[in-house]
Ligand binder design. Sequence first.
Ligand code: SF4
Ligand code: SF4
Length: 456
Amino acid sequence: MKIIDEKKIIGILEKTKNASWDNFEKIIEKAKKIKSLDLEEVGVLVNISDEKLIKKMQEAAHEIKMAIYGPRLVLFAPLYISSFCVNDCAYCGFHQRNKAPRKKLSLNEVKKQVEILEDMGHKRLLLEFGEDPEKNSIDYVIDVIKTIYSVKKERGAIRRVNINIAATSVENYKKLKEAGIGTYQLFQETYHRPTYEKLHSGPKADYDRQITAMDRAFAGGIDDLGIGVLFGLYDWRFEVLSLVAHADYMEKNFGVGPHTISVPRFRPAPTVDFKAEHEVSDKDFLKLITILRLAVPYTGMIMSTRESPKIRRRAFEIGISQTSAGSRTTPGGYNQKKEEELAQFNLSDHRTLDETVYDICNLGYLPSFCTACYRSGRTGDEFMKYAKAGTIQNFCQPNAISTFMEYLMDYASPETREVGEKVIRQQMKNINSAEVRTNLENRLEKIRKGERDLYF
Ligand code: SF4
Ligand code: SF4
């Protein structure tokens, strides 16, 4: 089965240009029943420009998000480990043309960065490495993961390490699996082959190596897989249909769709002279998040601090279920006062984790530091079983409350603690099962007395 059929996608985008109102209504009704949408249905939504219909789509997306994930918003931090890279991707500050000195963290420096992140309250990291088979060998990557899991500062612990490394072999994916990673993320950047080939040079320029990476990762035993696109490289409509096609391919071939979809938008960076010909406006960006939420309801959606607080707030309502906070995008960045010259991209949200948590509470959402699923064996199709039955919330909601309580006790500022405790009281009421509520109340009491890491 071909993963991306460009001609077919372009044909669908053309064919669905003038879809009828009746057709639109049927698609929204189907989406509200939490059924994945097919490519033609996604094509219809992509072509909608009527503001009233877009509003209807957003309302449906919000409903779906709340039905599957509830009000929780999972927080994580990226940890840049090495900026050595043999590729020259036109849009990235780590490209080879950038002659600024490169940095690779020693294991001792990794430990120091992790201690800083633990002191902030983070429990979940996403590791970032440039591609360099010598400097960033798989053995180094594994040593970094082991080091991270071993760092325990006071009540701090990183409980889930997700990872973003270049496309590699089944053997190397097996090693990552054995090291206990959570999700393996790799973005196609653009699914449009001619654009992909134009914007890359180095080993990553091989489109087929990139697009088949998920197949090898799955063969290596990793079943929580994250895909994504860098929006702005090519027409977002084509990319959205391609993401849905890739998700469909994974579902059919692996029996499990992507665990997450990430939606980064191109951001400038020092030394990057790439000009996005297909820049995505804020309006289109929010629309594409809405469409993805409707099309692949069981897939978590991730947004980073590339986006401004304003866009992030709106995106949380319509589909984003995970977000980074308090991020730095340089190796060693967490103990530097400001971003260095060699950053992968510029950030738009410079708030601390505590400020972000405070804001999330005021928006009516529930910040979560949960890492329970992969530690309880709920990965791949086992995870999807709960997501599809709509019962994953029975885990997400109590785990969000207990991990948030830990955060409030150990790391929050007085203002955040005050608003956070109100959120917890409010969210306890949303737990329908009396048994779960009682169990959770007992756990919260234990957390108040000093126990940690209690999860469902
Ligand atoms: Fe290297 Fe990744 Fe940046 Fe490309 S996007 S230059 S592979 S770090
Ligand atoms: Fe994620 Fe599972 Fe925790 Fe829900 S219970 S937030 S799906 S790890």
